[in-house]
Design a protein around this ligand. Structure first.
Ligand code: NAI
Length: 245
């Protein structure tokens, strides 16, 4: 155990950039280890900079949409560190299209990564946490999962599913002191929203009372809070600058 750590081992999925990476940076200063799951290895230059600033961060490559790879992530952590205390299911994708034009392949791909991917990691992690009689899970949902959104039937369904999953895991885990919560971000400045066209960005901005998009670290602060607050479970915390009030 390093100095000033809480002795915790945390796993953040899809953590190469955006909200996942911001969460890794938030958790690292007080954790024993933070494992960043990445779909593809981080480029060497970025990794050198990151691991110099945060020497207790490790990267583990794996596709959460594949059950065997997700299970392998958890198994590797247990073999190397002996426990898993915090899990942040952040990996997610979009394939936006109006429903009448949406292919079944695009519907399934988003469900597979966002919802099934979350299940794939939670299943082995929950077994470990039940044995430990301790652990906390935060799932990254979206305001779209609560309210729906044009062009995002697949994404909204996946995020609504994550909310139902979150509440169920909260109920199943509670007897063994395991907590499970979700964060529902609004519009956050990351690669995911960079790809939106300017017209959509401007229209969305007009609906946000704060008149700006959120930053990845602002979501990471909420994730850290949900991970650590000891009496919170089964909750969905919206972080959206007032967009859905
Ligand atoms: P991002 O595109 O920067 O990050 C997504 C990460 O997930 C990437 O690093 C990607 O490699 C990883 N990923 C995708 N498929 C994966 C797989 N099968 N296995 C492992 N990793 C995988 O986007 P952002 O915004 O940081 O997204 C993070 C989470 O936040 C997602 O779940 C997203 O749906 C959610 N979110 C984002 C919002 C936004 O406005 N940016 C709003 C609400 C929710």
């Amino acid at each position: 155990k390093g100095k000033n750590t809480e002795g915790k081992v945390d796993l953040v999925t899809g953590a190469a950039k955006g909200i996942g990476l911001a969460t890794v940076k938030r958790l690292a200063p007080t954790a024993e280890r933070v494992i960043m799951n990445v779909h593809h290895p981080v480029d060497p230059e970025t990794w050198t900079a990151l691991s110099t600033t945060y020497p207790n961060v490790r990267q583990l490559v794996g596709d959460v949409a594949e059950a065997a790879q997700a299970a392998n992530l958890v198994q590797t952590i247990i073999e190397q560190y002996g426990h898993l205390d915090g899990l942040v299911n952040n990996a997610g994708i979009t394939r936006d299209q109006l429903l009448t034009r949406m292919s079944t392949a695009d519907f399934n791909a988003v469900l597979q990564t966002n919802l099934v991917g979350t299940f794939n990691v939670i299943k082995p992690a929950l077994k470990v946490m039940q044995r430990q009689r301790a652990g906390a899970i935060v799932n990254v949902a979206s305001v779209v999962g609560l309210h729906g959104n044009l062009g995002q039937a697949n994404y909204a369904a996946s995020k609504a599913g994550i909310i139902g999953l979150t509440k169920t895991v909260a109920k199943e885990g509670a007897r063994r002191q395991i907590r499970c919560n979700a964060v529902a971000p609004g519009m956050i400045n990351t690669a995911m929203t960079d790809q939106l066209n300017e017209r959509v960005k401007a229209a969305t901005l007009a609906t946000i009372p704060f008149k700006r998009f959120g930053e990845a670290d602002e979501v990471a602060q909420a994730i850290e809070f949900l991970l650590k607050q000891p009496y919170l479970t089964g909750q969905v915390l919206t972080v959206d600058g007032g967009m859905t009030i």
